[in-house]
Design a protein around this ligand. Sequence first.
Ligand code: 1HN
Length: 353
Amino acid sequence: MTAVIDTPQAGNKHNITGARQAYYDKISKYHLAPLWEVLKGLVTPEPKTQMIPALWKFPEVEKLMLEAGDVITAEEAERRVLVLENPGEPGKSKITNSLFAGIQLIMPGEIADAHQHVASAIRFVLKGKGAYTAVEGEKAQMEHGDFIITANWAPHDHGNPGKEPVMWLDVLDMPTINHFQTSFANHFDEKMQNVNHEDGDSFERYATGVLPDGAPAAMNRSPVINYPYKKMKPILDRLKKTGDIDKRHGARVRYANPINGGPVLPTMGANLALLPKGFKGEPYRSTDGTIFAVAEGKGTTVIDGKEYSWGVNDVFVVPPWKRFQHNASEESVLFSISDRPAQEALGIWREGN
Ligand code: 1HN
């Protein structure tokens, strides 16, 4: 038998390429493919992402969003949301590989009907007063900076009986759910769900140092519907006052599930951080691509060597493992959300500088 040593070293490159290609063509008919041709792209020495850093300026988004108010009603749209598309992957309805983000508008007098789905959602309220989100029987009045959760399969509807347009940031784990191809959804016949818990009920019941007697010992999502900004901001002020300021993140709290201290949702976790005026953060990176929304203040964040200037209600995204560093020219408050809880549950989360 004549063995042809088809290696580039043998100076026979042209020949092997042809032979290999013929082999690849042949095996493809059996739905087989050579791992060795793709291995380096699959198992990379460092996280690789097609996502790129991006920032959405609120004044621009607000103007375009209000135009959507003229073009389509909330009823027609079901949800009047402008998707924040990562420019690295337009058309995929993703801001990171695992998360969806959008800006939602509800005009005075409108209702966004009750539905439920497997994807979990959070709202971070940007602008306007007088709207509510009803979740699992609690009607949460929405105010700037409020952080509202809608867990897997929780019925939810929105309404605006007030006088102003109301806008918020929606973040959903939808790309994660669709990665597993496990999406279910259901629309209720009633436009609005029955509300039997007053505004703030779940916060007072679960997040003030006591738990209702008999509360479950294990719960993989928080029972709190709204973490109001009015209650969170003074905690940041306390941290600042005593100098509890992380060199990378500022004076930061993590929104917690009061049942077990864990993240608010198994797929998404959020933080709120105060950056004192003049704060110049140390560089940081982590494997959880992170979405930031500016609750207060003004500053810049350098992401992967490029500077992004932000102001109130701007939203920006730092893709996985991209180094970032915050600077605050005014005292600022940054909300952030990522898929860190999901990565931690799988043991794959890493951080560095
Ligand atoms: C959704 O149900 C809402 O309920 C917002 O407000 C955004 C994006 C994708 C899929 C479902 C909402 C959404 C969504």
